[in-house]
Design a protein around this ligand. Structure first.
Ligand code: HXC
Length: 298
């Protein structure tokens, strides 16, 4: 049963906005990235999503395809963004089956909550490899196709990296993620400057607390709304996947043509009031949850 489009993209965009465009997306079976791709498909694009889990990726692709009858959505599993050759093979298949790549969303990310005291060097490296090297590995094989797409359409050749806001203030139990996302922002800015003269745009979307994501469930505990997370956001609500999808549509549309090297924070103003204000887990009940449960038993 197709989702009601108004749940994942604003009805203000014209339905043919992305006709003939192809988006390649890493992490495309996740809650946020699949919503971004779903919005683009609804507005005319075809898509290739890649992920580590074959079943989850195939099922996400089939689900996204319901956003527009007749759309082509490839789901390629067993792709680990830490291995550039596995991304390269998926890009080759995307070119063969969909004919090009106009847009890239580099969205694959790894995350878990961990105090510095127990964070192992390998755990730190694991997140850096997925987020930073993985973003580079997503870009590398797509780059020639993004550049050649510019000869077909001046509104092609767009890249969005997915970041976060933890690194603006620092964040408890997220030192590994904050370090990685800071590097992703820097990578995106450098791509913007190096490839701007060839017509590419490279930007970042930095989501804040988005409802119904795995990360939010971990940070917020079982019920983020009850935990007061929404009350801590200046706009007094959690974000939705539609908020992120709408930002994506804007950046990939003609309206976003002159935006390059920008970090578009979509968080209701939350990083200004939350991040560093939460060293003891007052806002996010999921922080220090194990310690709280241990104390409650005493
Ligand atoms: C501490 C942990 C850990 C945990 C793994 N490690 N989980 N350390 N707390 N919860 C350590 C392991 O002990 C190991 O170190 C090292 O990390 C690598 O573990 P692997 O299991 O080999 O890693 P891998 O299979 O590559 O898994 C990567 C992962 C995993 C990042 C650890 O969580 C993952 O695949 N996540 C992908 C999905 C995901 O998290 N998506 C959420 C994105 S949401 P040692 O030293 O023992 O070898 C998002 C928004 C933010 O980013 C939300 C805020 C929470």
């Amino acid at each position: 049963m197709p989702l009601d489009p108004s749940t994942y993209v604003s009805p203000i965009y014209r339905p043919s906005l992305f006709n003939g465009k192809v988006v390649f997306c890493t992490g495309g079976n996740g809650t946020i990235c699949s919503a971004q791709v779903r919005a683009l498909v609804h507005l005319g694009a075809n898509a290739c999503i890649v992920g580590r889990n074959p079943d989850k990726t195939a099922s996400a692709a089939a689900d996204i395809a319901t956003a527009r009858p007749g759309s082509k959505v490839l789901g390629i599993g067993s792709v680990d963004v830490r291995d550039v050759s596995s991304v390269g093979a998926a890009v080759d298949r995307c070119i063969q089956e969909l004919g090009g790549i106009d847009f890239l969303i580099a969205g694959a990310a790894g995350n878990f909550l961990s105090p510095l005291s127990t964070l192992s060097p390998n755990a730190f490296k694991s997140v850096m490899d997925i987020d930073v090297l993985g973003s580079f590995n997503a870009l590398k094989p797509c780059l020639p196709h993004l550049l050649s797409s510019r000869s077909r359409s001046p509104s092609s050749g767009r890249v969005i990296f997915i970041s976060a806001t933890f690194h603006y203030t620092g964040h408890p139990l997220q030192s590994h993620v904050a370090a990685a996302k800071a590097a992703v922002d820097a990578l995106a800015a450098s791509v913007a400057i190096e490839y701007g003269p060839r017509g590419l745009t490279s930007n970042v979307i930095a989501p804040g607390p988005i409802a119904d994501t795995e990360g939010m469930k971990r940070l917020g505990g079982l019920s983020p709304e009850e935990g007061g997370v929404a009350r801590a956001v200046p706009l007094q609500r959690l974000g939705t996947v539609r908020d992120i999808a709408d930002a994506t549509v804007y950046l990939f549309s003609e309206a976003g043509a002159y935006v390059n090297g920008h970090v578009l924070v979509v968080d209701g103003g939350a990083w200004r009031t939350m991040g560093a204000a939460d060293p003891q887990g007052a806002v996010y009940p999921g922080l220090f949850l194990e310690e709280k449960e241990e104390k409650a038993k005493l």
